[in-house]
Design a protein around this ligand. Structure first.
Ligand code: MBD
Ligand code: FE
Length: 312
């Protein structure tokens, strides 16, 4: 039996009532958003004949997602994070702002408060025995193209098992392992030593994995390194680089890969480079310059408070 009740006047009146549109108090913005979203979901239930069992399965899944702390994980999996980036790009296009270093999604695994140092940092603590040494460096440029001394480069990545410190299910990593803030030197340069990360996979058996499986999708990301880059008088840049050669670069469940964010990885085996970096064996080297963009009417028009909320 197929019925359609969405367009009935009593249904439409009900949507206004449950969204608080008959009330003088509350937030007009929240009311408008809830009215639109619940209307869209009512319409979906009506048009697709969603059964009570399907509906309550979805409610139970939402509880599971929240209990697992994975709302921020299924969000990029369903493309919301990338869609928001595409909107920010479109706003910049409309304003005539070029982003020489593309933005891409933050993801859910940043932790504020990493140790800070000037010009150089070692990110890993040396305990990941499978790690291949990485040296990465570059110059942070301002919107005028000149180097930006004092720019802050926050960097974080996972280990060779794909686990991030603070989110390591084995509890093995020390706090802030593979997380640092580097202040660019007087020439705007940053440099760090770490290890090449592996790709990331959503937790096995998780509600995130369950939904992706129902979509016939995997929950894997190519190896990547995250950055926030900030400086006075510039907008904060959120981005990532992918490790060149990873087979999943164009098959990222979180849709973060972008042209311009896959720098070359050079394997260095010559003694001069090895000694020049105080290492004792071959290492991988990535050179990656970063360009920040100007404030808009004196403000960062695209910053969000996700990090501050995450710390609170
Ligand atoms: C990650 O490491 C990540 O960067 C994103 C976007 C989602 C899940 C795990
Ligand atoms: Fe990540």
């Amino acid at each position: 039996m197929t019925v359609k009740i969405f367009d009935r006047p009593d249904t439409q009146a009900f949507l206004k009532e449950l969204s608080g549109l008959n009330s003088d108090s509350g937030s007009p913005r929240v009311k408008a958003l809830i009215h639109r979203i619940v209307s869209d979901l009512f319409r979906t239930i009506d048009e697709m004949n969603v059964t009570p069992d399907e509906y309550w399965t979805a409610v139970a899944w939402l509880n599971d997602i929240g209990a697992a702390g994975q709302a921020g994980l299924i969000s990029p999996g369903l493309g919301f994070d990338h869609f928001i980036d595409e909107r920010l790009d479109a706003i910049d296009d409309a304003l005539g702002i070029d982003n020489p270093t593309p933005r891409t999604i933050e993801g859910p695994l940043y932790v504020a408060g990493a140790p800070e140092s000037v010009s150089f940092a070692r990110l890993d603590d040396g305990t990941d025995a499978d790690g291949h040494t990485l040296i990465m460096h570059g110059t942070v440029h301002g919107s005028d193209g000149k180097p930006l001394p004092g720019a802050k480069v926050e960097v974080w990545h996972c280990d060779t098992r794909g686990f991030y410190s603070h989110f390591d299910p084995t509890g093995k990593q020390a706090p802030f392992n593979m997380r640092r803030s580097i202040i660019a030197d007087e020439n705007g340069r940053y440099k760090f030593q770490s290890i090449l990360p592996s790709g990331y996979g959503v937790p096995p058996g998780s509600p995130t994995e369950a939904l992706l499986s129902a979509l016939g999708r995997h929950g894997q990301r190519p190896a990547h390194i995250h950055f926030f880059v900030s400086a006075d008088d510039h907008r904060k840049l959120t981005t990532q680089i992918n490790i060149e050669g990873d087979p999943l670069i164009n098959d990222d469940f979180a849709y973060a890969t972008r042209e311009g964010l896959v720098p070359s990885v050079i394997e260095c085996t010559d003694e001069a480079s090895i000694h020049g970096n105080n290492l004792n064996g071959p290492f991988a080297e990535i050179a990656f310059d970063i360009h920040l963009t100007p404030l808009v009417d004196g403000i960062d028009n695209q910053v969000n408070e996700q990090r501050r909320r995450a710390v609170a």
